[in-house]
Write a new protein. Structure first.
Ligand code: CAA
Length: 249
């Protein structure tokens, strides 16, 4: 099968990391579907900007925290494009607060969006991959799922859960030429990290990063492209850290 026929779906595809991933996969001749949340009202403008830059993406709305919404959204992708070869489960949110201030809503929305989404989306594409006899599922976790983070009990729990999911799917589908991997990025130059209070970022987080800077989304997208390629056929069930040395294990 040639890469020109392959469909890649990226959740959270219009965000900082998602956009870089969409572009990098398009550079590798994937036909890319960028999924975005219903709250995102800037999609038309985003698509236009990408087109000016030479990228032609399809955008599809989905609330990844809801199974029924994922069923409907991926049905529309099947109708328009056909079976999905690559799924990048990238959509994620933060609702940071110290544990004493963390509300049940903040816990629930982060767990539903960051962790339930893995199940909700992977279920929609696994039969495609089995029928194609080839597939890649790439789950975006976080350095904070590996080490925990002050004010992120919800986020760290959701991101730690992702790798258990990855390992189980990797075992179940390894013999079918479907690989399933986790990437755990550190702090990247994205809107999500821009929400961290500037003093916390400067005084507590940046000094922890030996490389001395935030990561670039394109640096993580490079790793996604590798995992999505033929070259990575022997990599499955891995959790690949890309964090500037902030956490080594
Ligand atoms: N480490 C240790 N102590 C910390 C701390 C930290 N990172 N952050 C805050 N504290 C301390 C404060 O110094 C303060 O101590 P005192 O009471 O002794 O003065 C106490 O905790 C309370 O601090 P705040 O008044 O700031 O508490 P808050 O409830 O208003 O805010 C917070 C706490 C929400 C955790 C805020 O500090 C914050 O937003 N921190 C950043 C969290 C973070 O790293 N988020 C990552 C987002 S990006 C991402 O998640 C992407 C990815 O995958 C990496």
């Amino acid at each position: 099968m040639t890469t020109t026929q392959r469909i890649a779906v990226v959740t959270g595809g219009t965000g900082g990391l998602g956009e870089a991933v969409c572009r990098r996969l398009a550079d590798d001749s994937f036909s890319v579907v960028a999924m975005h949340s219903p709250e995102n009202l800037q999609v038309a403008a985003w698509l236009e900007t990408q087109q000016i830059l030479g990228y032609r993406f399809t955008a599809v709305e989905v609330d990844v925290s809801r199974f029924d919404a994922c069923v409907a959204a991926v049905e529309s992708i099947h109708k328009q494009h056909g079976p999905v070869s690559v799924l990048v489960n990238n959509a994620g949110i933060t609702r940071d607060a110290g544990f004493r201030k963390m509300t049940p809503q903040a816990w629930d929305s982060v767990l539903r969006t960051n962790l339930d989404s893995m199940f909700n989306m992977s279920k929609q594409v696994i039969e495609d991959m089995l029928s194609l006899g080839w597939g890649r599922i790439i789950n975006i976790s976080s350095v904070n799922g590996q080490r925990g983070a002050f004010g992120q009990a919800n986020y760290a729990a959701s991101k730690a859960g992702i790798h258990g999911f990855t390992k189980s799917l990797a075992l179940e589908f390894a013999s079918k030429h479907i690989t399933v991997n986790t990437i755990s990025p550190g702090y990247l130059r994205t809107r999500m990290v821009e929400k961290v209070p500037p003093n916390v970022l400067q005084e507590r987080i940046l000094p922890e990063i030996p490389v001395g800077r935030l990561g670039e989304p394109a640096e993580v997208a490079e790793l996604v492209a590798y995992l999505a390629s033929e070259r990575a056929a022997f990599v499955t069930g891995a959790n690949l850290a890309i964090n500037g040395g902030q956490h080594m294990y």
